[in-house]
Ligand binder design. Structure first.
Ligand SMILES: [Zn+2]
Length: 448
């Protein structure tokens, strides 16, 4: 497999790899063994800094330099952008949603295209979730009339509590979960085996074990029962994965998911159980607490218990402080819909406000009257297509006029913002200046 140019976005990957090779071996990745069903990905830690690490995550569709942000393409598309434009932002890998693609257009149709990469014309790595999160969050939000997709993101409104056993939209049983489509109300039954089967059809490089996702409003007893069921589902996911085979001519890797809500003993137990199973990588997911600090606590409890040689993904986090703290605790990849979703409502990610201080929540809303005559780019110093060519006043005009180019240009910038942030974080880790960079970036910032 050729070494892809896109993985060299970080100068670190080409010029700073020396520490990992200090023992005198040849430059890494010179003679890599082929990826196989038994070894569907290769993760190499190139350098560490405290618990944080810089790594190379090799998949059948290219190598990701970590820590890396995973762009979200829920419906097999990053909304508003062509794949070429997404790639030009420096986004290394994408996350697609099994639940949505299973319901529409159906995994069989994707399989007939040869899998997601060919269906959506993205030839870089793809990760799919198991469908569990949407089954529970969409189901619960509809069932309880919440009116929006429930969120596990700290600080956002939690899902309404689900009645044990459930009724209506979502019914949890030992075998699996019965749910109704949020599109047409049709009934479906998802099991760990079915989730793996669907993810085989979709053909992502990395797939996730089926889990139950609890909300912050679930009590300790419910979370405990759910955790134990999730562990049984993890084994069933693994069994189904190992019994099956990839369908599209390249191997797939399976990650297990650490659950346990905001309860320390449950999180630690889950990290030991899931970390002890032969998954190719691990994800930390589910209810990550109600505040940033609770999420950091959960990472402090779980990450040190995970096998260090395996890649670690954090589900659903992508705000600037969260990224720094997760990286500091040893997370390698994380996905979050916020940078792209916020872009479509004119919310632009910036590190600094116009006064030179960290911007409030690292955002500005370019619809604001203050930008009506602002001839500067969205963010000074940004090298994205939008910032190289357009002014804030033009972006404001597009959004005020309801033009489709507004969300498109804003999405380009926000994805590039995340890619540049990760480039700088990797460089700082390799330079040994991560603490200083983190402190300088976050100083005075309000948490989101
Ligand atoms: Zn930009």
């Amino acid at each position: 497999m050729k070494f892809r140019k896109d993985t060299d976005l970080n100068p670190a990957s080409s010029t700073r790899a020396a520490p990992a090779d200090a023992c005198g071996t040849a430059p890494h990745r010179a003679a890599e063994p082929e990826l196989t069903p038994e070894r569907p990905l290769a993760f190499e830690v190139l350098a560490t800094h405290g618990a944080a690490r810089v790594g190379a995550l090799r998949t059948p569709h290219g190598t990701v330099t970590t820590p890396a942000f995973v762009g979200v393409g829920t419906q097999a598309t990053v909304k508003t952008l062509t794949p070429d434009v997404v790639a030009a932002t420096g986004t290394q890998l994408l996350f697609a949603n099994t639940y949505h693609l299973y319901l529409r257009p159906g995994a069989e149709l994707v399989a007939r295209h040869g899998g997601l990469h060919r269906f959506m014309r993205w030839d870089r790595p793809i990760l799919t979730d198991s469908g569990g999160f949407q089954v529970f969050s969409l189901g619960a939000s509809i069932e309880h009339g919440v009116g929006k997709v429930a969120s596990i993101f700290p600080g956002e409104a939690p899902a309404a509590p689900r009645r044990p056993g459930g009724s209506g939209m979502v019914r949890v049983r030992e075998e699996g979960v019965e749910f109704r489509s949020h599109i047409d109300g049709s009934r479906h039954f998802f099991t760990p085996e079915r989730s793996i089967e669907v993810q085989r059809q979709l053909g992502a490089d990395i797939v996730l074990a089926f889990d139950e996702c609890t909300s912050p409003l679930h009590d300790e007893a419910y979370t405990r029962a759910s955790l134990e069921r999730t562990h049984r589902w993890a084994q069933r996911s693994l069994d189904a994965f190992l019994a099956g085979r990839a369908l599209h001519g390249y191997p797939q890797a399976l990650y297990g998911i650490v659950q346990g809500g905001a309860y320390r003993d449950q999180r630690e137990e889950s990290a030991r159980v899931i970390g002890g199973m032969p998954f190719h990588g691990l994800a930390v997911g589910g209810n990550l607490g109600s505040t940033h600090q609770e999420m950091y606590d959960i990472l402090d409890w779980t990450v040190p218990l995970l096998p260090p040689e395996k890649p670690r993904h954090l589900l659903g986090i992508g705000d600037v402080p969260g990224v720094f703290e997760a990286v500091a605790r040893g997370i390698d990849t994380f996905d979050c819909v916020a940078p792209t979703r916020n872009a479509r409502t004119a919310t632009i990610m910036v590190r600094r406000g116009d006064d030179g201080r960290p911007a409030r929540r690292f955002r500005l809303n370019v619809r604001g009257a203050a930008y009506a005559d602002d001839l500067r780019p969205l963010e000074e110093g940004c090298d994205c297509y939008t910032c190289r060519n357009f002014t804030r006043a033009y972006l404001r005009h597009l959004f005020k006029a309801g033009e489709q180019l507004g969300p498109q240009l804003a999405t380009i910038h926000n994805l590039r913002f995340m890619a540049r942030l990760m480039d700088d974080i990797r460089a700082a880790l390799l330079d040994g200046t991560f603490e200083e960079f983190k402190a300088a970036t976050l100083a005075g910032a309000e948490l989101g």
